[in-house]
Design a binder for this molecule. Structure first.
Ligand code: NAD
Length: 488
């Protein structure tokens, strides 16, 4: 299956922070792959903007190296890479002073889309917005893209929203959550709303519970300083897991358009119940004595022997509305776990009565949506075990792993950033968070963090390369349920 590529309109994309880690690892290699796919029109240009005094050639050298390293298979095609690099420009600019802004003004063209990617610390968002405005570099059609973290609590998120709203309309602001750019996440909506099969069962009458797991094998690495001020709740739950939960739980929007979808997501966040303290388990990873790399435990990694920041969190929450009353949502995420795996599982209820007798066992359908690795969707169904010997039941997966179902090109590895940057140019905000969504998510998160801080809760230690603290298992077992195994 060959995927169709429709070129976008001509654009000037300015990447503030164009020399940074995110630009080098994700944004620029992503743009290069879109260029190779034929999606960037002839007139499209990318302008790196950062503090370093590099010059256009110096910047192109830097980007060449980055694409060799992070550009995947296409990254070794020097002809294409050379053609892409010709589209690149650079200005040395400081968000906090006047240097470089006139140079940027001189580079920007009229009558093409202007997009400004703020790939810098959030503390610079306000300065950038103001200077863009003061130098007259934006018009009503210009777009700005901002990265996470969008605030660290409700007050700071409101402040950031206010800083941006002073100069831009909400329709111009693209808040990235790269989870929303994943193929499977969009497929989740296609499966729910494009089939008759699932939606009638998508409620507390038929669904026993829902599990969302985002497990990482890596520890905090070199980001210890940032991470220790944040923790799994702020870094993962408030944004990525919350967004996944919204897509699972929302009502069908009337249309697949940005505000219709985001209105429904917002209603879910506002209907989330406050989580009871005994329904939250926080953990911190220990070192693994058998680890050949001898990687440090969490507190050593963040250089604070008394840190109470969680590198793992599991919780049970409820959505107080007609569709979901009584169906728990279990969320879990953590670092240094046994496998890298992101999965949403819709656990359907047992059949009300087994006609096959107790010895056939009780079976339930599970719809599992796997975001990484091996993106795909699997439906577990119960069938008869083949062969003689009576009616024995087994569960088998109906597999919709994209690589199998669609062939290699159908599962084309389009990185979330590639898709999202192209959506910015197309002016499609569906996969971006709206300001009120982000604020509502913080309004739910803040009291939970305040609660465990005021109580002085200490995270529970867990072994590196395990599935997390035992208490997280107990959280499920108390309810007569089990987490799905974390598998690579
Ligand atoms: P980085 O520290 O590697 O790069 C920061 C960039 O900002 C550099 O290009 C630097 O020159 C530029 N910069 C710093 N101060 C500036 C100023 N006063 N004026 C103009 N430019 C300035 O950071 P990063 O890892 O690339 O992250 C950028 C943003 O993206 C941050 O908000 C981060 O939280 C977010 N983010 C990063 C990742 C990632 O994987 N790196 C993932 C998600 C979100």
């Amino acid at each position: 299956m060959v995927s169709r590529v429709i070129p976008v309109d001509p654009f000037d994309l300015v990447i503030f922070g164009g020399t940074g880690d995110l630009a080098r690892r994700k944004i620029l290699p992503g743009l290069f792959r879109r260029f190779c796919a034929g999606q960037m029109p002839q007139e499209a240009r990318v302008i790196g903007a950062a503090r370093a005094e590099l010059g256009a050639d110096g910047y192109r050298d830097m980007v060449r190296e980055a694409i060799h390293e992070f550009g995947g298979d296409e990254g070794s095609d020097d002809t294409k890479l050379g053609a892409f690099l010709e589209r690149l420009h650079y200005v040395a600019i400081d968000a906090r002073d006047e240097g470089g802004w006139r140079d940027l003004a001189g580079l920007l063209r009229h009558r093409v889309i202007r997009a400004f990617y703020f790939s810098v610390a959030p503390s610079l968002f306000g300065d950038l917005a103001e200077r863009l405005n003061n130098h007259g570099l934006t018009d009503n059609d210009s777009r700005i893209v901002v990265e996470k973290p969008f605030g660290r609590d409700l007050a700071s998120a409101r402040q950031l929203n206010g800083d941006l709203a002073a100069f831009f309309d909400e329709s111009q602001i693209y808040r990235i959550d790269h989870y929303l750019g994943k193929e499977t996440v969009q497929n989740l909506m296609a499966v729910r709303f494009g089939n008759m099969l699932f939606e009638p069962l998508w409620n507390s009458q038929f669904v026993d519970h829902i599990q969302i797991t985002v497990a990482e094998t890596v520890g905090v690495g070199g980001r210890g300083d940032y991470y220790d001020k944040s923790g799994a709740m702020r870094d993962m739950v408030q944004n990525h897991l919350m967004q996944l939960l919204c897509l699972i739980a929302m009502e069908p929007p009337a249309r697949f358009d940005p505000d219709a979808v985001r209105d429904e997501k917002l209603k879910v966040i506002r209907a989330l119940e406050e989580v009871e303290p005994h329904h939250i388990v926080r953990g911190q990873y220990d070192a693994d004595p058998d680890d050949p790399e001898n990687l440090p435990d969490y507190r050593t990694a963040v250089e604070d022997p008394k840190s109470r920041t969680e590198s793992f969190i599991a919780m049970k929450t409820h959505i107080a509305n007609w569709r979901w009353a009584g169906t728990p949502f279990y969320l879990r995420t953590g670092k240094r776990l046994c496998a890298r795996s992101s999965e949403i599982s819709i656990m359907f209820k047992d059949t009300p009565h087994s006609i096959f007798g107790e010895e056939a066992g009780r079976h339930r359908n599970v719809l599992s949506i796997r975001l990484q690795p091996n993106e795909g969707i699997q439906l577990g169904v119960t069938i008869k075990e083949p062969g003689p010997g009576g009616m024995r039941l087994i569960d088998v997966p109906l597999d919709m792993t994209f690589a199998d179902a669609l062939g290699p090109s159908g599962a084309e590895n389009v990185d979330a950033y590639e898709r999202l940057v192209m959506d910015v140019i197309r002016g499609n905000q569906t996969l971006f968070m709206r300001g009120d969504e982000v604020e509502a998510a913080w309004a739910w998160t803040d009291p939970l963090i305040e609660g465990w801080t005021n109580r002085g809760d200490v995270p529970k230690p867990y072994d590196s390369h395990s599935a997390g603290p035992d208490a997280a298992m107990q959280l499920m077992r108390r309810d007569g349920r089990e987490w799905r195994e974390v598998t690579p």
